[in-house]
Each structure stands twice: as C-alpha cells, then as structure tokens.
Design a protein around this ligand. Structure first.
Ligand code: PMP
Length: 283
C-alpha cells in the first residue's frame, strides 16, 4: 500500500513521522475522511471546506489550498487502484519539543492513506445497527474534527463488547451523535428530526447532503435536539457518515425501533444518497 507523507508517496512500511509530532503527543491535529465509490471522490469540496474551518479553529497556520490536495487524493487512489473505500487525511500542527504552549510557525505534518472497503453493499445496512446510549463526556468543541478520539473509541468498544454495534452519546438528556456519525430519527408522521448545528456535534458532510436530498424528496425536516425516549418511540432511526452513508438503526438500549427491522424510508434515503452521490463524484 502506498501512502503520502509530507510531500512524498511511499510504501506504508517506509513512511514515518517524528515522535515529537504534536498530533501524536497532544492530539493537536485535524482530519478528514472522504469516501471513494466507482473510483470517484464523494463530496470532496465539502470535506476540504470543513478541513479549512477545523484548521482555522485550532489556529493551525496552514492554507490547505497551498498544496494540491485533490491531486494527492487522486494520486493515492490511482497508485492503490482504489475503486471503493476511503481516503484519510490528517494535518497536525507540526513537530516541536513537547510543550503545552503551542509553538508558532511550525511546518504542519500532512499524511494521507487509503483503505479499500465495501461501502455500498454493506451487511450492516441490510441488518441495521443496535446502539446503546452513553453520557457524552467529550470536550465542548465537537464541531472541530480533531484526532482526539479516545472517548468515542472507548464507547464503541464497550458497545461491541456488550453485543451491540455502536453508541449514541447523550448530553443533558438529548442525543448528540454516534461514535463517528450523526444521529437522526423519523417520526410516525414522516418528519426527519436531527440535532441542529452547534459546538455540540460535528457538522457532518453526509448529514448536510442527506438533508438536502431528503428536502428535495419532500420530507419535512426539524433541526432540534431529541431525547433517547423520543428516539426509541420513533418510526425509524439512522446514522450518517462519509463511509456508512445512511445507516439504519434498529434498536436503542435494547428497545426495538418500530418493528425492529430496517424501515422503508431509511432504505429509500440510503439509495437516494448513493444515487445522488454517484452523479456528483470527483474523478
Ligand atoms: N460525528 C462524528 C463524531 C464523526 O466522527 C463523524 C465522522 N467523522 C460524523 C459525525 C459524520 O461526519 P461525515 O458525514 O462528515 O463523515
């Protein structure tokens, strides 16, 4: 597998970064994950816009337009023969002696790699996910896509260890998001309820696209927080992320949603998302 590190394409085994990289020592880094289907990039520009925003919020002085990020994505795809999967991009503040004070003027570390994965034909999407809920103990700037992912990783591991698939995190009684996805429900009268954008959640690229497509398809959308009880009584529930697309959720804390099987509306939203994404790929 070929990866990209600081200007060079290399076999993964010979790629390296410094042990003093602030991404490693402080989680002082941001990232993006872009899906590839049919050899094309999904929503490339939206991911680059969010990357720029994350860098700005952390005060990492780097203009992502100063390098050809699209060309690097394409270069990795081509070198790895990637038809379906993901491309991961990480930018850290850079390398310096360990210090809580963020040094100025560092050269950021940039790394990208690809992973081949089946995304469209997903057994999980056929089955639907069982999620458990846990208190959201992450920091208060979840809108910045940083690499400090310890808590959601711990909670996902706890969920899977207990026989579930994932976690939905809960802050002050309302659902924030999944370990690596946004959370949504559909009511019996056909409204799509999803938490509005704030510092509480990541501003999902897939969330935004799905809301656009759902609105075009005539669904009424309500952006507001919802409780676990409301989600458990919903007709259908689902998660969205760049690699899960639209992923049905069929139970929450052991309580089946609707009849406990993947519902029609979520199935349709998933197909609609894949269809519309395919029409808009970047090659
Ligand atoms: N929330 C969190 C916490 C995430 O980690 C992710 C995926 N990285 C998402 C939501 C979904 O965002 P996107 O649709 O842009 O992948």
């Amino acid at each position: 597998r070929i990866v990209y590190v600081n200007g060079a394409y290399l076999p993964a085994e010979s790629a390296s970064i410094s042990i003093f990289d602030r991404g490693l020592l402080f989680g002082d880094a941001v990232y993006e994950v872009t899906a590839v289907i049919d050899g094309g990039l999904v929503d490339f520009h939206a991911h680059q816009q969010r990357l720029r925003r994350s860098l700005g919020e952390l005060g990492i002085d780097f203009d992502p337009a100063s390098i050809d990020l699209m060309g690097i994505h394409q270069g990795l795809r081509d070198r790895n023969g990637l038809d379906e999967g993901l491309i991961y991009l990480q930018i850290s503040r850079g390398v310096a002696d360990r210090d809580f004070l963020q040094p100025e003027g560092l050269e950021p570390s940039i790394l990208l790699f690809s992973q081949a994965l089946p995304l469209i034909d997903s057994p999980a999407a056929e089955r639907g996910l069982a999620v458990i809920t846990r208190e959201d103990l992450r920091w208060g700037r979840r809108d910045i896509k940083t690499t400090q992912l310890l808590y959601p990783s711990m909670m996902k591991t706890e969920a899977v260890g207990g026989g579930a698939d994932d976690v939905w995190m809960v802050d002050n009684g309302t659902v924030t998001e999944g370990s690596s996805s946004n959370a949504h429900i559909l009511t019996a009268d056909g409204r799509l309820i999803t938490r509005g954008l704030s510092h509480d959640i990541l501003h999902g690229i897939t969330r935004a696209a799905v809301l656009d497509y759902a609105r075009e398809a005539g669904l009424e959308i309500e952006e507001r927080p919802f409780t676990v009880a409301e989600a458990q009584q919903a007709r259908e529930a689902f998660a969205t992320s760049a690699t899960a697309f639209v992923m049905p959720v069929v139970s929450i804390d052991g309580q089946p949603i609707g009849d406990g099987r993947v519902g029609e509306s979520v199935r349709r939203l998933r197909s609609l998302y894949i269809e519309r994404s395919r029409e808009r790929l970047t090659f």
